[in-house]
Ligand binder design. Structure first.
Ligand code: KG4
Ligand code: ZN
Length: 333
């Protein structure tokens, strides 16, 4: 069985072909990052227009790299939520149209379910149940994955997502978009105990909050500018990153202990972070947990992970109607 995945929820246009052994035959990703860099962040209208320009080319390229034609495809899956509504609509309508014309079954895929599915691509032997830490530009959640299509949210952010916090702070430091990568790079040559940042607390001990940390960081930057003091950007990055990683590791440990599950899977754009990967490895080793760190090539948005989740949705009987609309904000459950 061959599955074609389509992903356009943010600023990557991607199509991929996988088979039912979860082998990735092609995963074409066109990033719009250089375009959005000019504005310091993703401009939704620009994203939608670029998806329209690219989607046909990307789909053909994915089929060609997989050495297949559309008639060989058995299932089409596309992201339908959450994401930038205009952007999601491009991939969703493209996939629905393709399915309608070819009679190939169509399933809709939730973006966070797809991020979690990238862990199955990373380790073909991985099976639920497990705990998934999903950290991206739009989301920060710890999810109990009971089965391939059965999820429970244990922790969520009450305000900003971790990637958003990284990107906003990076922008105030004058770094280019996406700032998470820049801060990660700079922090490697910095001292992480020079600047102090708050560790926010929430009413529900499992939840995250990053807006206080973002405000404290922006205040620190603005106060320094006003006083004419120079911020050491490497030390700032290292201290800021340590604070964030400590929070993510701490909460993951809390949830693992609370649920009694022994496997932690990590996915989403921020899971590419070098310190997060190192600290989670240390935490899991000392607690005898097994750790699945999403393969770096599947951390950011890509259609291979969409195709993988599409396969599981199909097996669960979740065929989508053509009347299905895109949804900008939708929970994984
Ligand atoms: O999953 P993703 O590609 O898109 C969303 O679904 O949001 O995540 C993008 C986010 C951005 O905020 C970006 O700054 C962050 O992932 N990111 C990182 C790193 N690489 C990407 N954050 C911290 N460290 C990194 N190495
Ligand atoms: Zn994503």
């Amino acid at each position: 069985m061959y599955i074609l995945g389509v992903e356009t929820s943010c600023d990557e246009t991607s199509c991929a072909v996988i088979n039912d052994k979860l082998e990735v035959l092609s995963n074409v990703v066109i990033s719009q990052v250089d375009e959005h860099k000019l504005y310091g962040g993703v401009v939704p209208e620009v994203a939608s227009r670029m998806h329209i320009q690219n989607i046909d080319y990307v789909c053909n390229k994915a089929l060609k790299e997989a050495k297949l034609e559309i008639k060989d495809i058995d299932l089409i899956g596309a992201t339908f939520a959450p994401g930038l509504i205009g952007a999601v609509l491009v991939g969703l309508n493209f996939a629905k149209g393709l399915s309608f014309c070819t009679n190939i079954p169509f399933v809709s895929v939730h973006h966070l379910r797809a991020h979690i599915a990238s862990n199955y691509l990373t380790d073909k032997n991985l099976k639920p149940p497990f705990i998934a830490l999903v950290v991206s530009g739009g989301h920060t959640q710890i999810i109990k994955v009971n089965d391939y299509t059965d999820f429970e949210i244990i922790s969520t952010t009450v305000d900003d997502a971790v990637g958003e916090c990284y990107d906003k702070v990076a922008r105030s430091l004058g770094l280019s978009y996406p700032g998470g990568i820049e801060i990660d790079k700079l922090s490697k040559s910095g001292n992480d105990s020079v600047y102090n940042f708050p560790k926010p607390s929430t009413d529900n001990k499992f939840n995250f909050s990053f807006s206080g940390l973002k405000t404290a960081s922006l205040n620190l930057i603005n106060n320094s500018i006003q006083k004419g003091e120079k911020i050491n950007i490497e030390d700032f990055s290292a201290s800021f990153q340590k604070n964030i990683v400590d929070i993510l590791v701490e909460k993951s440990l809390l949830v693992l202990k609370h649920t009694g599950l022994k496997t932690l899977c990590v996915s989403g754009g921020v899971s590419a972070n070098s310190l997060l990967r190192k600290k989670l490895e240390e935490m899991c080793e000392s607690n005898n947990f097994s750790l699945n760190l999403c393969d770096l090539k599947y951390c950011g948005d890509n259609a291979a992970m969409v195709a993988a989740q599409a396969y599981f949705e199909f097996k669960a009987g979740n065929i989508a109607e053509y009347s299905l609309n895109a949804v900008s904000n939708k929970s994984i459950v």
